[in-house]
Design a protein around this ligand. Sequence first.
Ligand code: NAD
Length: 424
Amino acid sequence: MQRVGVIGLGYVGLPLALLADEKGFHVTGIDLDKKKLSKLKNHESVIDDEIAKRQIKESKVIFSDDFGLLESIDIAIVCVPTPVDKAKNPDLSLVKSAAVSAAKNLKPGSLLIVESTINPGVCDEVIIPLIEAETNHIVGKTLYLAHCPERINPGDPKWHVGNINRVVGAHTDKGLELAYSFYDKLIDAKIKKMESLKEAEACKVVENSFRDINIAFVNELAMSFDKLGINVFNVIDGAATKPFAFMAHYPGIGVGGHCIPVDPYYLIEYARTNGFEHKFLSLARNINESMPIYSVDKLEQALIQKTGKTLKGACVAVLGLSYKANVADDRESPSYRVIDTLKERGAIVTAYDPYILGKSDVKTLEEAITSQEGIIVVTSHNEFVNIPKNDSLSAAVILDGRGFLTKYKGTFLNKGVVYLGIGT
Ligand SMILES: NC(=O)c1ccc[n+]([C@@H]2O[C@H](COP(=O)([O-])OP(=O)(O)OC[C@H]3O[C@@H](n4cnc5c(N)ncnc54)[C@H](O)[C@@H]3O)[C@@H](O)[C@H]2O)c1
């Protein structure tokens, strides 16, 4: 079997390395984070993923920070982060350095695949010139280059790296054949060959921009329907009975994670530098980024109506720091924007997330909600269904940012607690 190197062992790289190992490839995993490496060498997963936790117990993957180990590798796959900076500009520094460090060590005839999310043009205009300037390789002659964007959805019980369809694009026909043949052996899913690297790169940013735009649309509907007295969740469920040409998306307190709030900026910026302004994508980003503030506004208005008090000096519990339910990932989470906005308005905030106790102010749900005037549920963690519905609940207002406690609305109202959602 071929020798595979995976560079960057996080949510994308670790499941990939472990799957390749399970499928019989000889796998070397490279990461620069020494703490992660020591856990991985101890057969402990560094991501909260049931499949990875099982696979790592038996794994034969060699974990190291030494790029020199890639000398004997046939296929190296780059899975490092591609974030945006404070000004929301793409930061390609990690992907550039990982690709060059790998290429410096790869033998002639090997294949370099980028799985990190990148905008169209990065492989052709950034990575190939960089590799040719900084190594002895000529891409397409001594080293083949392909892009196969990862689509993994961490925590998803159905879709995982082994069964999600992929698209792959490459610099040359030979590169495409090598990449196709690798993924064909690795996954039990369809692989679509794209005509170019640029097309494959564009697929991923289009997929995530599609989701961002649809969420922005329903968030805008939620804000509109709040004024019109229409429950947007019921309307979306009604519209979704149409068997074609409608796809349900739901509003919420904000979009988080390493992908959806980040990837559209890669396309926006690349198009801008090539003379096109993506107004629609930028508007979607603005709407979704405004949701934490809209939610805090809604809580404050209800608090004023119910108690006559603003947020200044009010005690508010923020439930959930991660960006999605029942996982520990808080990258780009709207929770932090909610917390900052509450504090700017003078609220005394108690944050709690059962998956991220290290960043929580308290250790239990009970401690989090005791003696609070307001509660904001940012994440629909299963545990939050246990918010008491009896007299022990002190809060005057609950703002449910994920609309997952609506079935208790009547119970809360009977107890004199104002229950609000986003669009309900
Ligand atoms: N997380 C997701 O759900 C997801 C899904 C699809 C695609 N992606 C994309 O995949 C890429 C990786 O994301 P992730 O979520 O796995 O990130 P992550 O932060 O979980 O893991 C990245 C790993 O890369 C390591 N790293 C950073 N720079 C390195 C370098 N120069 N050399 C070696 N290792 C290095 C880090 O230490 C870290 O362990 C990003 O481009 C992301 O947009 C992520």
